[in-house]
Design a protein around this ligand. Sequence first.
Ligand code: PMV
Length: 342
Amino acid sequence: IREIRAEAEWVSPSNLAIVKYWGKKNIQEPLNPSISFTLRQAVTRTRIKAEPAVEGGFTFSLNGKVKESFNDKIEAFMLHARRHLPFIRKHHLYIESSNTFPHSSGIASSASSMSALALGLIELHNLSLGKEDTQPDRMMASGLARLGSGSAARSVYGGWTLWGRFEGLKGSSDMYAIPVEEVADDFKTIRNAILIIDPAKKKVSSSEGHSLMDFHPYRDARIGQAKDHTERLLGILKDGDWDEFFEIAENEALSLHGLMMSSTPSYTLLHPNTISALALIREARAGGLTIGFSMDAGPNVHLLYPASEEEKVRSFIEKELSALCHEQKLIYDEIGPGPERN
Ligand code: PMV
């Protein structure tokens, strides 16, 4: 291994899961397969500078300020990463990150930040091996990103991706995500507007939520449901049927929150305005608008719709939904091409 004095910079997006990952086994392996699409606007930019040092270490800063509150999470990730990328043991890493989207906005910053970090580290690893092509192998980057945050495994590619072993898709694995190739044009340009119902930090973290699945009474049923939804969604993505797509996306979002409500201890992250928004969205769909929703582990609502409905959806949002948002806040995003090297 060569000592290097070098830097790598990656811009990596967050993603939105339609079939949700909820619960884990072994070391950051998912209980069930999940499918997501990668966003375009919501990205983390991460620059890593590696300086030779007697002992490995890191300094992390977010938006220009040294931030120690993330050190435990990064340290846990580095313990794994060190085993796969030996250069980390002999370098001090200066990690500078910035997000284009607000913290706790209902967009998973762990997916974008951990995928950007993994891509940068693999590029530096390749340099330390003296490789000419330092472009990270995406599957390897996905596997490494997974060790930082499960959902980050899906953010190393653009478009639609699947993470978790699923018999119906060749090459799928619990260790890393793979791209979903067969997608109808309509779903290749899917839009995602996010209603910021409540920007407060969640009371129960996703890590705690995952661990409550270990002894959840519906654990096996949930695994079966996610597999069934994965199989159906792969078909729907190919065929381009929006009604069936919304049926699965909404069922998954509500099931995720149902699992939180039925775990021990039970909890809910829903806000009264979340429920109001869901009802209005379903009413608008019954009235002919091609629109549906998803949710992450939080109170905010992700609107899903085809690019062709953009104008109608914006006017629906302004008239009926923006009053439900915190300070009328919402973010417009869409499917994107995936991470880029700077
Ligand atoms: O990657 P984590 O550990 O933050 O888990 C994310 C879980 C959900 O966002 C709720 C679902 C998913 O598949 O992204």
